[in-house]
Design a protein around this ligand. Structure first.
Ligand code: OXD
Ligand code: MN
Length: 645
């Protein structure tokens, strides 16, 4: 029975049913009884495998089809009337063509099945931040995951009332045919359509599709921001709390940073980290002129491999009840789950993520095809399970941000941490982010690519306009957070990680927040921004072997704080090339200015002996000759035909 009198909702459900032609329609009211019955039904049909009730109460395992294990960026479309509005880094489809294509694919695909109607809220129901979505789907797996990841049920419809607007989401599994898989967004119609997939990032429509792609578009029009960011709170020994939001590309450690456990001596002093969110932040300007952030989600859709007691105790604890695991291995000895990195010992009897018996003797860490769990296997865990979930998790107001951090996987060039000179320069730093690709999306992994603000796959409109929106937001905020960049992934010449990462990132966080104090700790002004004086990062009680016989020490820290101007000049040229060839238009003038400054700051004239390289690096520079840092401005080459705003 319909749970609402909202005509727009009823019409959407009717139209969806007319298209999918399900045998039955079930409205999800979010009651425990209904969810329990659905789990039982999914276990009966084999869609879910019930895990050991004593060891993992109310936990289940699901396996996707082998062709359906990650987000599919090349099949994800932004369907705006004007192609230019989707921008050059998104795939675009004409809305009319997209609706027709989706209808053709989905027509009658729910025959013999049930269509579930999921009313859900992104954000605390009834808060200023919250937005309501309705997802129709023919997958129980989607219902159960949405029930963890969002706030689901009748209260969402009640908050819509008779006339309220919502985001429409239509999902049909169809035949999970990769060739007919489409994830379509219609930002101008508040609509999402997903067909032929059952992988979380493509089908839990509240997450990437709504809370990032559609929401980023809404944010631009309504004056707020939807970002691919974790939010964490630092509690100081005197009880003061400060909050930070941080953007990293997919599978680059957002969940780990959000749930970090500080080194022992910090804990003893009384420091604590609390997690507000691990993936998405919605950010608004508060009455006090600061930026305030909420996590619109209600759970964690985390990457399983590599998660263990030491790397992320809190995430692991979060998966101990009420969790759905996807594409991990099943330990048949005790009906629990396993993935690479969960324990050093390999389980003797496992079924791998494809459903076949796994042979631990054939396991080779470097060969993904021998893994028991898929590299992008996931856990969907309720946020309430997390031992360090913030008391502000359900706050309607959100939390005030002291700092925004950008970061990516960079083996070289980018120092451990640096601070931008101001907001606009911070926007430039975010726009210039690049990182090595991971298994979260289909395609090759480990390839360095530009991923501005970690939003390349998620900005629902033109990337140049998105940069402009950041610049515009800066003008609205009287007390903006300071903007930083971090890189936990610097490697030495032998490929060893030079920074321990994980809990020790607390040491960097502490410095970042000291820079946000009224009387900030001092820093060195360099060509790229403010870099810490090595002595100001606490490395006491740090015991880390970079490689055999090479311990991390002050010199190693100095090394990863070094700014190599030559490398940064190349980086600047690379950014310039990216702006000119990938984004092409609508890049704000403020970003060109920052790029010019970077080039100017990093220009080092080559000694005569290195003539060939010197000739190459100066090729794009103005003729003026200088010593050391050029005083002449090596201006960035903007597109000649289009004016930047
Ligand atoms: C995610 C992703 O699932 O970024 O969070 O892919
Ligand atoms: Mn993500």
């Amino acid at each position: 029975m319909a749970l609402t009198k909202n005509k727009k909702v009823l019409d959407f459900v009717e139209e969806s049913a007319a298209l999918g032609q399900p045998d039955k329609i079930v409205w999800i009211d979010g009651s425990a009884a209904q969810i329990k019955a659905l789990k039982e039904e999914a276990v009966k049909s084999g869609e879910l495998i019930k895990l050991n009730e004593n060891l993992l109460p109310d936990c289940y395992l699901h396996r996707t089809k082998v062709n359906d294990v990650a987000r599919v960026e090349d099949r994800t479309f932004i369907c705006t009337k004007n192609k230019e509005d989707a921008g050059p880094v998104n795939y675009w489809m004409d809305p009319k063509q997209a609706y027709e294509l989706a209808s053709e694919i989905a027509r009658g695909s729910m025959k013999g099945r049930t269509m579930y109607v999921i009313p859900y809220s992104m954000g605390v129901v009834g808060s200023d931040f919250a937005k309501i979505g309705i997802e129709v789907t023919d997958s129980i797996y989607v219902v159960l995951n949405m029930n963890i990841m969002t706030r689901v049920g009748k209260q969402c419809l009640d908050s819509l009332g008779k006339n309220g607007d919502f985001i429409k989401g239509f999902h049909a599994k169809c035949d999970v045919d990769a060739e007919k898989r489409y994830i379509m967004h219609f930002p101008e119609d508040n609509t999402i359509i997903s067909v032929n997939s059952a992988y979380g990032g493509n089908v839990l429509l509240g997450k990437k599709c709504f809370a990032l792609r559609i929401a980023s578009y809404l944010g631009k029009n309504e004056g707020w921001m939807a970002e691919h960011m974790l939010i964490l709170g630092v509690t100081y020994p005197d009880g003061t709390k400060k909050y930070v939001a941080a953007a990293f590309p997919s599978a680059c450690g957002k969940t780990n940073l959000a749930m970090l456990i500080p080194p022992e001596h910090y804990i003893k002093k009384g420091y604590k980290i609390e997690c507000v969110g691990d993936d998405i932040a919605w950010i608004r300007v508060g009455d006090d002129g600061r930026l305030w952030a909420v996590n619109p989600e209600n759970g964690f859709f985390g990457v399983a491999p590599g998660t263990n007691e030491h790397s992320n105790y809190n995430a692991l604890q979060s998966t101990k009840r009420g969790t759905i695991f996807t594409n991990v291995a099943l330990n048949t000895d005790d009906m629990t789950v396993w993935w690479e990195g969960l324990s050093k010992e390999l389980p003797e009897h496992c079924i791998d993520w494809t459903g076949k018996p796994w042979n631990p003797e054939k396991f080779d860490k470097k060969d993904k095809s021998t893994c028991a769990a898929h590299p992008n296997s996931r856990f969907t865990a309720p946020a309430v399970n997390c031992p360090c979930v913030s008391p502000e998790f359900n706050s309607k107001k959100g939390v005030p941000l002291s700092a925004i951090i950008f970061g990516g996987r960079r083996a070289s060039t980018t120092p451990l941490v640096y601070q931008s000179r101001d907001w606009n320069h911070g926007v430039f730093v975010g726009s210039a982010m690049s990182s090595e690709t991971t298994a979260a999306a289909t395609g090759a992994t480990g390839v360095l690519r530009h991923d501005p603000m970690a939003m390349k796959p998620f900005a629902g409109y033109h990337m140049g306009d998105y940069f402009q929106h950041w610049i515009d937001m800066g003008k609205k905020v009287k007390n903006p957070p300071k903007i930083f960049n971090v890189n936990w992934f610097r490697q030495d010449e032998n490929g060893n990680f030079m920074w321990p990462g994980f809990g020790d990132n607390m040491r960097v966080l502490e410095w970042i927040l000291k820079r946000c104090d009224e009387n900030p700790v001092d820093a060195d002004e360099t060509a790229i921004g403010y870099v810490p004086k090595a002595e100001d990062i606490d490395i006491s009680e740090l015991d880390y072997d970079i490689s055999e016989g090479k311990k991390f020490d002050l010199n190693a820290l100095k090394e990863i704080l070094t700014v190599d101007k030559e490398k940064w000049y190349k980086e600047a040229e690379e950014i310039e090339n990216y702006y000119n060839t990938a984004i092409r238009s609508r890049i704000p003038a403020e970003l060109w200015e920052s790029l010019d400054t970077l080039k100017k700051n990093c220009y080092v004239e080559k000694p005569a002996a290195k003539k060939t390289t010197a000739a190459k690096t100066t090729a794009k520079k103005p003729a003026a000759k200088t010593t050391k840092v050029a005083t002449a401005k090596p201006a960035a080459k903007k597109p000649a035909t289009k004016k930047s705003k």
